[in-house]
Each structure stands twice: as C-alpha cells, then as structure tokens.
Write a new protein. Structure first.
Lengths: 486, 512
C-alpha cells in the first residue's frame, strides 16, 4: 500500500461521526436490555441527539480532513457531503417514527439502534477510499436495514419484505465482493488510488478489468435499485414499516451512489469510455421502468417505490455524464431527494394509521379538506418529485440535465425530460385525490397532527424549498468537493 | 424601491398572507383578495407613469444575482409589449375576484389564494429577462391553474385539469432542454446578452441546431397558445374551469404562449423562424377557420367561446409570422383585445351560469326580456368579438390582415373567412340565448345584473370602446418594441443565409 500504515492521532477526529454513531447505537442496545420501558420516546431522543452530534462530528472531521487509517478512509469534502446527507436522512426518519412506532405499539430501542448502525455503515461508505472498507460499510448498513425492514415482526408483509430484501441483497453483495476480488487480482490492490494508477499504466488485462467493473456495477446498481436490478424495491418498500421505507429509499441509496462515484469517477475513470454506455442504458431503463410501472400503481408506497427507481435513473444520467458537473449534480440531487422523499413517505406514515391500513391512493381522498397542513406539505413534496420550480427536486433535475448536455448526452436528456413529463401524471393522481375528491374513511379518521408529526412534515418541506430557492451554498460545496474527489 | 418589484411581489405577499386568513371566514378571504388585487392594479398603473413611451427597449431593469453557479440572475424589466400584458393581468384579477364572489362558496380561502399566486406567476412570465427565471415563472403559473380547474371546476374537471397540466408540462420540458443547451453554448441565461451576442455575430447556430432549438421553444409556446393541432386541451380546460379560471386562462395565460413566440423564438432563432413561417402561418389559418367552424356547432356556450379563442389566437400567430410591422403590432393588439373581450364573454357566461346553472344554449332563450342590461353588455362584447369598427377587435384584426396582405395575399383571403365566420357563430349564439320566446326557467331564475356584476363588467366594456376608438393610447410603445423585434430578426439574416438555412420565402424577402 502506498500510504504509510500505522496509527495517527488525527484519525480519531476523522472517524468521529462513525464513532459517535457506534457508541450511541451500542448504548441504545444496552439500555434496551436493562430498561423496562421499551417503548419510551427516550430512545428516539437519544438517537436524535446522536445523529445531530454526528453531523457536528462530520463537520469537525472535515475541518481536519485528509486520509485516515493509512489511506483506508479519505475524509474530504465529498465524504463530508455524503456523511451529512445520510445522517440527515437518519434524522428525518426519526421524526415520523416517533408517532408511527407508538401507533403500531412497537418497541423503540432496537429500532433506533438499528437505524444508527445503518447510518454508521453509510457514513463509512461515504468516506471509504478502499474497496474493502466500502464493502464493510455496505454490509453494516445492509444488515441493519434487513432487520429494520422486518421490524414489525407480526406483520406478514414486513416479514416477506425483510426476507426478500435479505436474500436478494446478499446476492448482490456477493456480486460486489466478487468484483472486488477480481480487481485485486487485476491490479494487486483494493485501494482506489492505487487501482487508478494501475489502470492508468495499463498494467492489467482489459477484459479481466471490464468483468470486474461490471460485477461491481451490478452490486451497486442493485443497491440503488436501478433497472434491471430493481424488482425487489416495490415489494420491500411496500412491506417495510413506512418510516423504514422512507429511510431505505434515501440513505442506503445516497451511500451507494457515493461509492458509485468514488469507484467509477476515481478508480475506473481511465476506462470511462467503456462504462459510460452501460450507465447510459441503465439510466434510461431505470427511468422508463420506474415511471411507466408507477402509472398503474394503486398503493402509494409501491408508487413511491417505482418513483424512486425512476429517480435512481435520473441520478445515473448525471453519472453517465462522467464530469465534475455530473458529480456535483449527483450530490445536489441526492440531497434534495433525501428531503423530498422522506417527507413524502412521512405523509404516508402519518395517514396510514394503526396496522398501516390506509396506504391506497384512494385513501388520500379529501386530505386537503380534513388536514390542510399535511396535504399542503405533501403537495410540496410531490411538486418537487415532479420537478416544478422553486423546489429542490426541480433544481436537482435541472442541474443533472445541464451536466448531461455538457457531456453531449442530448438523446438521454431529451428522453429523460420526456420521462419526467410522464412521471407528472402519477404524482398528479395523488394531488387529485387529496384536493379534488370528497373525504373518505381514511381521511376522516386521520388524527390531528402531533408535534413530532408536524416536525416530520414541515422540516423536510422547508428543506425542499430552501434547496430550490437558495441552492447556492450547497451547490458550491458540492462543486468544490466534486473536483476534489479525484 | 423599484416599481416592478412591487408589482411582481405584491401578489406573492398577498398570497402568503391569504394563507393566514382563518378558514372559517370565506368573506375575509374574498375581501382580502379584492383589496390586494386592487392594490396591485393601482400599483401597476404607476408603470404607465414611469414607463418612457418615447423610448423603445427594456425599461426599469433590475438585475440581482440569484444563484452564483450556474450564473442565474433575478433579472426583470418591462418593455412596450409586456407593459400591457402586465396591466391586463392586474386589471383582470380583481374582476375575477368579483365574478367569483358568490359562485365560490366551498374552500374560498384556497381559491383566492391560488388566484393571487396565479397573478404572481403570470406577471413574472412577462417580466423575466433571464431564461431560467422565465422558465421558473412559466411553471409556477401552471400549478395554481391546475388547482383552480381541478377543485372548483365542473363535472369533468379532473380529466380536464390533468390534461391541461400534462400537455403544458410536456411541452415545457423540451423548452427546458433548449434553455440548458443555450446556456452551455453561451455561458449565460440572460436573454438580452444572448440577443447582443447574436447581433454581434459572436453566437451562431448551425441550421439544424437552430431549427431544433426553435422547435423546442415553439412547441412549448404553441401548446399554450394553442396552435391548431395542439389545441385539444383548451376546450376541456375552458369548459370545466370555474368562470374566474376561464377568464384568467383565456385572457392572460394563452398570451404567455404568443408573448413567448414573439419575445424568444423570433429574436433568438430568426432564420428558423423565417423558414418555418409558411408552415406556421398555414397552421394558424387552419386554426382560424377550424376553430370558427367548430365553434359554430357547439351546443355549450363555454365551449363555443373556447373554440372562438382557438380562432382568435390563430390571428395572433398569423400576425407574428408575417414579419411586418403592421402584422406584429396587430398581433400584440389582438392579444390585448382577446384578453378583454373573451374575458368579458367568459365572465358573462359565468354570470348566466350562476343564475340558470346551465351552460347549454338550448336551456336559454329570451334572456333579453328577463335581463335587459345583461343582454346589452353581452351584445357589446359580442360585437367587439366579431370585430365591429369602433370596438377593439376591429383594430387588431385589421392590422393583422393588413400585415398579412403585405406578406402573402392568399393568406389574407383565407384568414378573412375567419372574420366572417366569427360573426356567424357569435350572432347566432346571441340570437339563441337572448332572443326568442322567454323560457319559464329563464324568467324565474335570470334577474338582471347587480351592483357587483356591474362593477366587474363595465370596466371591460369601457376598455373595449377605448381600445377601439383611440388605439393611440396603446399602440405607440407596442410599435417601438415590435420594430425592435423585427430589426432583431433581420440583423442576422445575411449571416444566417450564408452559414445556415436557405432564405425562407421569396415573399418575405420582397416585402423587406
């Protein structure tokens, strides 16, 4: 290995967010074992504090940035950006889960512990500069997510979701690991910087390397639910408890994209012309499959699952651009998407009621009359998903297609934008239900907004609007770190 | 503070405040919307004082950096064309509040809030100087209209509103692609900067490139206008919308399309515009005649007026693509005229609907006996709409036809058929609804206008007469701006002929 091994005191700071999350997660586990009040909101509060502290830790780490643990981690602007994004996904998941867990009468301590561990794995993925560390992060994050997906253990759908997620997920991880092994065989290293140098010097067999890249690609494409590796997503999102689905559709995805960028824009950049067409095809397929399948859905969670497949496609468009602007676009888009999508799922979690009875689109009928605030917030999220200006979703999409056009991907841009027009239809259906129909059983039964639910809806909505109206600060940060990642 | 900022942001501020009016008080929402929209109108009248009529070009500019990278400016200014369109928007909004006064009973708070938000979006579209900003306002105006039709519309409102949204949205995403493409090519979103680059020859497009960009913009605008084969959303949206929605849609929103063509398509892509002009003119003429013929056989009043809009807007597009001063002046004047007279038609049809709860022509008859003043106002509007001299549409249609005659006399002949047909369908409508035997339901349910309705309709009638009798109050600033646009479409033509497309049409060249 190039970087000198051995321990450096600065590494502690650079590893701070992960440390905080690990300690807090373990603490929650222990508390859960010794306390009798296993449904207390205290655990949620602890988790919230830990996540906020972890964001602070991420910024502190950024101020003392650099490689850590002999080059295993690379704590730079890029890592910080994604760490903050995935931690934010964790925070935004905690808000809706308070009321959700209370209503399902579920225990809270393990839920929050698992959430913290999952975020921990994703932070690690964001900061890794080493294929093995990425793998470890991926596993930590995934295993916690598998359990979270089946958290409501008396719910048949949740069990099915967890099992499906686990089986297919480990299969995909296998692909990833196999790819890593081949890369090691081809280049003699798993450190991304070293791999890049090796490829640049043309030391390795191109076919061998191509297969390795393809395997890694498949593993990660599964994690971001890109077509044709998307089949698990609708079932899992539908079956998983709604706040978990919110988290699964954002946090692990953002982390997987971080790994995607690190690996493909750094290590495999020299062979960019070979993988770009592949990403091109997968991006288009994801957009089409996601959007067209979503048109027929009647279950909101399934609909949002297909929508998240389509959104993975948009992000892949930026990846196909393979440029600094493209990287920055991915980063900005994911930040906006995390706020928007968790917000949208929070609305579903709010309405779905005990035992998640109400999750059909029809159940949203008349929400605008019964709960105007919740409906208004959901409207903001849906408009952001459609890509209407002054929302983060619009600016993200704009930035992605700008990057694509800069890289002369004209057809992909046109097809992508037309796809977003198709997508407008199914998001509008929800708006139609909320505002243009009379209330039904579900909306009549909707409970008044508790403070935690208000938080869960208003905070992401504000973030969505801020990202859409004043994106400069985030954009600049993303632009700077995108240039750094190489 | 700059006047434009006040005119633009007053409706937004009013919208935000409207959200805090308690839901239990629909009257509060109504009053607030009326006060706020009147205030906006009065403020916008200040533009007349501040706008320098003797100078062409963009005035009262404001340019603030909004987003640093990619460089997007909050840049607005007003020109001789947008001036009148903004006044049209601010003039019609209080009228819309008045005609919705009793009609909108459920969820009044949201209704008036959306109306104010719509006004904000519309004014923004006409003010924007930055292409990105333009797109932002373009899409923002879509959202409140979507809700206005979808929540307060008639039976098939959901179908109509979704169709309206999807049509417009699909058109505009391609425009977004073109805007991004232009940015990547020029490094700026600023429209004046792009026009300068074109004029100085720094910016040049290949012929295919220019054609595709032109089409991306043009299709987005043509859907909004709507030009003939893309018009199918319009009858649905108009028929299903509540009266205020129909008025705003017909009077102002459709003008976003024609304004866009005039302001963006022509100066940015002159030679593509010229080479497509014959095709577009033919589509416009088809629209004029087809719209009129279809209007004639409609059993539904609103649908009739909606198809008449297709016909009238055909004149506007035709006028623009003559590339003559008269034609384009007439087109702009026609935009305003159509805004006033069709707005009035929809408003009065709304008044009738409020009384009789039907839009079917067959359900009426003899209204003139039951409600003489209502009938008189409708008659004036009808005559304005068919282009009777001394009323507004005559001036616009005359100018358009004059410009068309200069460009291509055959077009004039066909377009004139539209004028004749418009007299047929409008007078026939008038005859069936207002004359004849007085129906029992009409006698029982159709009283004459009340004070509120007079307040809403008389200003429109006054404008029809004023614009018909003394067009000099309006046309000079328009003429200065259109002259500039024509000049912009000429400046680059020699370049373009050399580098890009072949000359468009010999007729056009002869006129020059």
């Amino acid at each position: 290995m190039s970087a000198s091994a051995g321990f450096h005191p600065g590494d502690i700071i650079r590893f701070l967010p992960e440390t905080i999350l690990a300690v807090a997660g373990t603490l929650l586990m222990v508390l859960g074992a010794v306390t009798r009040r296993r449904k207390s909101v205290l655990f949620g509060n602890i988790s919230l504090v830990a996540l906020i502290a972890a964001i602070g830790g991420a910024f502190w780490a950024n101020a003392n940035g650099g490689p850590a643990f002999g080059g295993l981690l690379s704590v730079d602007g890029f890592a910080t950006f994604f760490r903050v994004v995935v931690i934010a996904a964790g925070i935004l998941t905690v808000f809706p889960s308070y009321r959700f867990l209370e209503r399902q009468d579920a225990e809270t301590c393990e839920f929050h512990a698992l959430l913290l561990f999952s975020v921990l794995g994703q932070c690690l993925m964001a900061a890794s500069n080493d294929l093995f560390m990425i793998f470890i992060g991926l596993e930590v994050s995934s295993i916690a997510s598998y359990v979270l997906a089946g958290y409501l253990r008396n719910d048949k759908n949740a069990n099915e979701a967890a099992l499906k997620y686990f089986l297919l997920g480990s299969f995909a991880t296998g692909f990833f690991l196999y790819g890593v092994a081949l890369i090691y065989g081809a280049t003699g290293s798993v450190n991304l910087t070293v791999v890049r140098t090796a490829i640049l010097h043309g030391a390795s067999d191109p076919v061998f390397l191509g297969v390795a890249a393809a395997l890694v690609f498949i593993g990660l494409a599964f994690k971001v639910s890109a077509a044709p590796f998307q089949i698990w997503a609708p079932d899992v999102y539908q079956g998983a408890p709604t706040p978990v689905a919110a988290f699964l559709s954002t946090g692990p995805k953002a982390a997987a994209f971080a790994a995607f960028l690190r690996i493909f824009v750094t290590a495999f950049q020299p062979i960019g012309s070979r993988w770009e067409p592949l990403v091109w095809g997968v991006a288009l397929a994801s957009m089409c499959v996601g959007n067209f399948a979503a048109l027929w859905q009647t279950n909101v969670k399934r609909l949002l699952a297909y929508s998240s497949i389509a959104h993975a496609g948009y992000v892949l468009v930026a990846l196909a651009a393979n440029s600094d602007t493209g990287t920055a676009a991915v980063m900005f888009y994911l930040a906006a998407y995390v706020c928007t999508n968790i917000g949208a799922f929070s609305c579903v979690a709010y309405l779905s009621g005990t035992g998640e009875r109400y999750q059909s689109i029809e159940d949203f009928k008349g929400l605008g009359q019964r709960q105007p605030l919740a409906a208004a917030m959901f409207t903001i999220f849906l408009l952001s998903l459609i890509g209407v200006p002054l929302t983060g979703g619009f600016f993200g999409k704009f930035y992605i297609f700008k990057a694509a056009l800069e890289s002369r991907l004209i057809w992909l841009t046109v097809l992508g934008l037309l796809n977003s027009a198709v997508a407008a239809y199914y998001y509008l259906r929800i708006l139609v239900m909320m505002y243009m129909h009379e209330p039904t059983e579900a909306t009549e039964a909707a409970e008044p907004l508790t403070p935690s639910v208000r938080f869960a809806l208003i905070v992401p909505a504000l973030a969505t609007l801020v990202l859409g109206i004043f994106p400069t600060w985030i954009l600049e940060f993303a632009g700077k770190s995108a240039a750094l990642v190489k | 503070m700059n006047l434009l900022i006040s005119v633009l942001f007053l409706p937004l501020a009013a919208f935000l405040l409207a959200l805090f009016v308690p839901r239990s008080s629909p009257h509060g929402s109504r009053m607030w919307a009326l006060v706020a929209s009147l205030l906006t109108f009065v403020t916008s009248l200040g533009l007349l004082a501040w706008f320098d009529r003797s100078a062409g070009g963009d005035q009262l500019p404001i340019d603030v950096l909004w987003i640093a990278k990619p460089e997007i400016h909050f840049a607005i200014s007003v020109n001789g064309v947008s001036l009148w369109l903004i006044l049209l928007s601010t003039f019609l909004t209080p009228i819309c509040v008045l005609i919705s006064w009793n009609f909108i009973q459920v969820r009044a708070k949201e209704f008036y809030a959306f109306l104010l938000l719509l006004e904000f979006g519309l004014i923004g579209v006409f003010l924007a100087q930055d292409l990105f900003l333009f797109y932002v306002f373009w899409e923002i105006s879509l959202v409140p209209m979507y809700f206005l039709i979808g929540i307060w519309g008639h039976d098939r409102r959901i179908y109509a509103t979704v169709k309206f949204f999807l049509y417009t949205f699909s058109g505009s995403v391609l425009m977004l692609a073109a805007i991004i493409y232009l940015y990547n090519k020029t490094g700026t979103f600023s429209y004046p900067a792009m026009v300068d680059m074109l004029a100085s020859g720094k910016l040049m497009f290949g012929s295919t490139e220019q054609l595709l960009l032109f089409l991306a913009f043009f299709i987005a605008f043509a859907i909004k206008v709507p030009l003939f084969p893309l018009h199918t959303w319009l009858p649905d949206a108009h028929v299903e919308a509540p009266s205020a929605g129909s008025v705003m849609l017909a009077s102002v929103m459709l003008k976003m399309g024609t304004y866009g063509i005039l302001r963006y398509c022509l100066p940015l892509f002159p030679s593509a515009s010229r080479s497509c002009a014959p095709w577009i003119a033919v589509l416009a003429i088809i629209g004029i005649i087809y719209g009129a013929l279809v209007a004639m056989v409609q059993p539904n009043m609103k649908k009739l007026v909606a198809y008449s809009s297709v016909s009238h807007l055909g004149f506007v597009v035709l006028g623009i693509f003559t590339f003559t001063q008269q034609g384009i002046d007439g087109a702009v004047y026609q935009m305003l005229n159509h805004g006033i007279s069709t707005g009035a038609l929809f408003a009065i049809v709304g008044v009738l609907y409020e009384r009789r709860h039907s839009l079917e022509i067959a359900d009426y008859g003899g209204v003139a006996t039951a409600a003489p003043w209502l009938s008189t106002l409708f008659l004036v509007t009808t005559l304005a709409s068919i282009g009777l001299p001394t009323l507004n549409n005559f001036v616009g249609e005359f100018l358009v036809l004059q410009g068309t005659a200069l460009a291509n006399f055959t077009w004039t002949v066909y377009a004139s058929i539209g004028v004749i047909l418009s007299a047929c369908y409008m007078l026939w409508l008038y005859q069936r609804v207002f004359y004849g035997e007085v129906k029992e339901e009409v006698r029982a349910h159709v009283p004459d206008l009340n004070a509120r309705e007079y307040a809403a309709l008389v200003p429109l009638i006054v404008m029809m007469v004023w614009m018909g009798v003394y067009s000099q109050s309006f046309l000079p600033p328009v003429g200065r701006n259109t002259a500039r646009i024509i000049q912009q479409t000429n400046v680059n033509v020699p370049y373009r002929v050399q580098f890009a497309a072949p000359p468009a049409r010999t007729e056009v060249a002869r006129v020059r």
